[in-house]
Design a protein around this ligand. Structure first.
Ligand SMILES: [Zn+2]
Length: 157
């Protein structure tokens, strides 16, 4: 995605070049007549609205979700980057940013606890974060909600 600075103050109207850029991003060549499957682009029969089969619906929706998740994470990162930039301006903004970071950390711990409650293991969490099971347990294993601690991981914490 774009790495252009989003936090630049908009003191002036955007230059004409920027507006032209926006216009050129309009999708072209979209087929408005016969409907096609969003996954295989094959013909779509009347009862079907987006995908030609359940299999293609599953595949198509999974692919769409991956893109949506990536876009979402990108949006969050943009917000954090913008707040981080402001935090360097003065102490009140610095304090607000610290609050946000603590909030995010607590929500991450909640998410880990939810996954564990769903049956995921610390090894699963570690694999997702590319860290060891021990590191995942050290980071997320001290949640009061989680009472089914993994065997053999007690001790130093
Ligand atoms: Zn299809």
């Amino acid at each position: 995605m774009s790495r252009a600075a989003p936090g630049r103050p908009a003191l002036t109207d955007p230059p004409a070049a920027k507006q032209a850029e926006a216009v050129s991003s309009v999708p072209r060549g979209s087929v408005t007549g016969g409907r096609t499957c969003s996954w295989c682009k094959g013909p779509l029969l009347p009862p079907r609205r987006r995908f030609c089969s359940d299999d293609h619906r599953r595949r198509g929706q999974k692919a769409e979700r991956k893109i949506e998740d990536a876009d979402y994470a990108d949006g969050v990162r943009r917000l954090v980057r913008a707040q981080g930039r402001r935090a360097g301006a003065d102490l009140p903004m610095f304090a607000l940013f610290a609050e946000s970071v603590d909030f995010a950390r607590a929500r991450l711990a909640d998410a880990a606890a939810q996954l564990i409650a769903q049956g995921y293991s610390y090894a699963d969490l570690g694999a997702a974060l590319d860290i060891t099971r021990q590191a995942a347990w050290k980071r997320f294993g001290c949640q009061p909600k989680v009472d089914t601690g993994p065997a053999g991981t007690g001790g130093a914490a």
